[in-house]
Write a protein of this length. Structure first.
Lengths: 269, 345, 305
């Protein structure tokens, strides 16, 4: 017998709804507050002095921020592109039934997720210095490719696992060779996975602070490094403005990736 | 074959990255400076006059600068280390001997800053700014006598828990040594043990360790007292009038930051042009008007803000004892580092 | 790879093609993560140079320094808990954050998973968004909110709830809040994933046997959702242990955690071997934790992300 009334709903626990709402307030409160204060006309952090976009204009005109944004974009686009290509290859290579070394390969790919970031950071620094790779945009990009690979790999692999081999078998029955069936059948089906992999890698690269902080060199200040530098001097409304813009960028990409995920789920079923 | 090809691709990719180091070319200058220590106005002026593209990164302590250089970070051309750090960098072979004493504007240097202990005859460095390291108190919070280090180490109730310290091993330990009446660069274990105990005991009164934010933390009111350099303090007072710079009776550190060229710099000629540019009295005055310390070259007076002529922070009262502190011996440095790590944990 | 190729060769070709496809990713990770970790291991047995870098003389000093301290007085080695304290404080801090994340994360995940399917996606998105927002920005936002003169204290003061600002920023408590705030979504999402698949007929059966609500939660739902809880705990615990940003910003640089201790050795303190040793010890703790859980829960349950 199913109990339908709320009082006897077997799934319901009193207080859980309240906790969930509290969690949401906790998660969103600080970022909403910082966004609101970024429009405060006066410098004060407690008093509201009227609506203004001054801090945004100031942030836009800040040379350091402009350069850092450029650097961040260059690094994030290249690192996530390379990582996505490599991750796609790896997912294709590891596809299918079990074989010797599959678990080891998977372990190696997920290693960047397991190693604490601070350890990866000092390891990269020490290694780059030891083998003589100059610190700068190049070293940051290289370090980013490493930790972006697993983030790109996971959605691609998840999608690939959902593509049953009989699609390719069907293509072969129609006299497509391996290449043709891959290009015309597997790749298009894999595409949404590749896109979400790319987006995740892109956000992760754009946001990274700790590893970048260690392997950055002259003129290679990224946006998070610039923001950290500003914060160390104190919280100003300009930082609130920059933060809010970055928040919007992240939210945009996450929502995009989420929508792609839903579309993917629909096309798969 | 596939395997070999992709190996090759990976190797090529790695190779391409190693080549893409920091940019150097005709017309570039990479500056490594303290935060908020060079006005954009001067960078723009230098860029325009010499057709040089300037990039600048920042650090927050002499030790951080040293650590980056020792970590093998290359690509910076000029830096602004403090006096004792110049001595260490010369000793470690990290500076280029560019002989700024042969530059055209060298003649403007104040003679008393030519034969300095860290660079006799100025073979490596030219003065940037000099000043003192002290602390400020918000007189709206605490009205008592502030010209004593007691305010920092045994603060009155109003200030307890509202003190920001500079994130600088030497400045903090030297302050402790002065408070206890011991000499600087001290390797006397008994006395260092006292310093250690003093710092450990005082830590509970301290809010944070922050150098870059030394001004902001006072202006925002998060801290009511804080270590600060005099010029930075003057800028803090401009934003919050109740702040007052202290001239502790126990004495204080004077320091001089200097422009230097790093070993292996890619743009030595531009670096020398920049040194020469910064010794020009008008430019030195522009820097001083921004940073609010004191220039090491003469002839800046006509270009200086009136306020600097009377400001309390740069015009110490009679009888204040100020000293430059040379670098200590290796064993003392190690002991200091140990006390410092011990303090921060 | 045409049909005419004999099976054995086809198999070999197949393996080669696999290797070729996997090699770029594996080589990059091997060359630029595994090799660097090995270098760190080597460095942890070298001698520090006075002003940074390493001197190639083998020693275990870095590890000895971890447990013992040369007395400032007389150079004798005495057992010292100073560094152990940093590790144990980090451990407690990370464990407490994990526990708090669980206490608020589980009900949240449960509530979301029991919404009608149409609402569920919306809730999941709401939890996911902060997960992808820049950690630095989120920590700054939290610091902004809770500082002594910040909006939170201002609000509480003006409502008359408190007479004096509560000190949250620059305390261990502040760091704790920062850690929970940083990693809470890592706890909610895996738990949500297990509850969503949970078969509620079991609960109905339990009710039919007159179990009360909380007994059902404790005896049936929780144990069956253990894999999600464990995955979530690991995802919160491991990054908390090595956290750098929260202790640095919310702790005011005053109370070090492991991450800051390691960073400091490569920055102002310039003791690379000790920093390397500290990193290796952290790595070991993480691996032991992972293996411990993997052993206890069986292989399939420990799946990061």
């Amino acid at each position: 017998m199913r109990r339908k009334s709320t009082a006897h709903d077997v799934k319901r626990y009193p207080g859980f709804r309240a906790i969930t709402w509290a969690t949401m307030v906790f998660l969103y409160g600080p970022i909403i507050v910082i966004a609101i204060y970024s429009f405060n006309e006066i410098r004060s952090i407690t008093v509201w002095g009227g609506f203004s976009l001054d801090w945004y204009i100031k942030a836009f005109n800040n040379d350091l921020i402009q350069r850092a944004t450029m650097n961040s974009l260059i690094i994030a686009v290249s690192a996530s592109t390379i990582a996505t290509v490599f991750a796609t290859f790896a997912a294709l290579g590891m596809r299918g039934r079990r074989y010797r070394g599959k678990e080891a390969a998977f372990g190696l790919i997920s290693l960047p997720l397991i190693v604490p970031e601070i350890v990866s950071a000092v390891a990269s620094l020490v290694f780059f210095v030891l083998v003589g790779i100059p610190l700068g945009i190049g070293s940051i990009m290289l370090a980013h490719v490493v930790f972006c690979i697993p983030f790109a790999y996971l959605p691609i692999n998840a999608r690939l696992e959902g593509i049953e081999p009989y699609y390719e078998e069907a293509a072969r029955d129609l006299y497509a060779d391996g290449r043709q069936s891959f290009v015309h059948v597997v790749l298009p089906m894999l595409f949404p996975g590749i896109i979400s992999g790319f987006i995740l890698a892109f956000i992760i690269s754009l946001d990274d602070f700790i590893i970048t902080n260690f392997v950055a060199g002259p003129g290679a200040t990224t946006l998070p490094l610039a923001i950290y530098g500003l914060v160390r001097t104190g919280l100003t409304p300009e930082i609130n403005a920059i933060s809010t813009m970055l928040l919007l960028v992240s939210i945009f990409f996450v929502t995009l990736s989420f929508l792609i995920g839903r579309w993917q789920a629909r096309t798969q079923s | 074959m596939y395997f070999r090809r992709s190996l090759f691709a990976a190797a090529l990719f790695a190779g391409a990255l190693t080549l893409g180091g920091p940019a150097w070319a005709e017309g570039k200058l990479n500056i490594y400076n303290w935060f908020d220590y060079l006005p954009q106005e001067l960078i723009d002026k230098f860029s325009k006059e010499h057709g040089v593209e300037v990039t600048m990164d920042t650090y927050d302590s002499n030790e951080a600068l040293l650590a980056r250089l020792k970590a093998g970070v290359t690509g910076y051309d000029v830096g602004v280390p403090g006096d004792y750090m110049v001595a260490i960098l010369i000793k470690e072979g990290l500076l280029e001997k560019v002989q700024p004493n042969k530059l055209e504007n060298y003649k403007h240097i104040d003679p008393k800053f030519v034969d300095v202990y860290f660079d006799k005859g100025r073979e490596y460095s030219v003065p940037y700014q000099w000043g003192t390291t002290g602390f400020m108190v918000d007189t709206a919070t605490y009205g008592g006598d502030i010209d004593t280090l007691k305010v920092i180490f045994e603060p009155p109730a109003e200030l307890s828990g509202k003190i920001n310290m500079l994130k600088d091993v030497n400045d903090v330990i030297n302050m402790g040594l002065r408070y206890l009446g011991h000499s600087r660069c001290n390797n006397n274990p008994e006395q260092l043990k006292e310093v250690n105990a003093l710092l450990q005991g005082a830590k509970k009164h301290w809010l944070s360790f922050n150098s870059d934010g030394a001004k902001e933390v006072l202006v925002s009111g998060d801290a009511a007292a804080g270590m600060i350099w005099n010029g930075f303090g003057m800028r803090a007072r401009a934003e919050k009038g109740t702040l007052k710079y202290s001239y502790p009776k126990e004495g204080m550190t004077a320091w001089m930051d200097n422009l230097v060229v790093f070993k292996g710099a890619q743009n030595v000629e531009n670096a020398k042009k920049f040194m020469n540019f910064m010794m020009e009295p008008e430019n030195a005055a522009t820097l001083t008007n921004f940073a609010r310390y004191t220039a090491g070259v003469m002839g800046t007076e006509p270009f200086l803000d009136d306020e600097l002529k009377t400001a309390y922070e740069v015009n110490p009262p009679e009888g204040v004892s100020m000293e430059f502190v040379p670098p200590c011996e290796d064993d003392v440095i190690r002991l200091y580092d140990r006390i410092w790590t011990n303090l921060l944990k | 790879m045409s049909a005419a190729v004999p099976p054995v060769r086809k198999e070999r070709n197949n393996m080669r093609a696999r290797a070729a496809l996997m090699s770029p990713a594996l080589l990059i990770i091997g060359g630029f993560l595994v090799a660097p970790l090995f270098v760190v291991l080597v460095y942890s047995f070298l001698t520090p140079g006075t002003y940074g870098g390493v001197i190639w003389e083998w020693t275990t000093d870095a590890y000895v320094q971890f447990l013992f301290e040369k007395d400032i007085f007389d150079e004798t080695l005495i057992f010292s808990t100073a560094y152990l304290q940093i590790y144990s404080r980090s451990f407690v801090q990370a464990a407490a954050s994990t526990a708090i994340c669980f206490l608020i994360g589980f009900p949240t995940a449960y509530f979301i998973a029991t919404r009608p399917a149409a609402q569920r996606n919306m809730w999941v998105l709401l939890v996911t968004v902060p997960y992808w927002i820049n950690l630095l920005i989120r920590t700054i936002a939290m610091l902004f909110l809770v500082r002594d003169n910040g909006p939170l204290n201002h609000l509480l003061l003006s409502w008359g709830i408190i007479d004096e600002p509560i000190h949250i920023a620059y305390t261990n408590f502040g760091v704790g809040i920062g850690l929970v705030y940083s990693y809470l979504p890592f706890m909610v999402l895996p738990i949500y994933a297990t509850i969503e698949r949970f078969d509620f007929r079991l609960v109905e059966a339990a009710f039919d046997l007159y179990a009360d609500r909380w007994t059902v939660l404790w005896k049936i739902i929780l144990p069956l959702c253990a894999p999600g809880v464990i995955a979530g705990s690991l995802l919160v615990f491991i990054p908390s242990l090595g956290a750098f940003i929260a202790p640095d910003l919310l702790g005011g640089g005053k109370n070090l955690m492991i991450g800051n201790l390691i960073a400091m050795q490569f920055q102002a303190s310039r003791n690379w071997p000790f920093g390397a040793a500290a990193a290796m010890i952290l790595m070991t703790i993480v691996l032991v934790t992972l293996i411990f859980y993997a052993r206890r829960q069986g292989r399939s349950t420990v799946r990061l992300h």
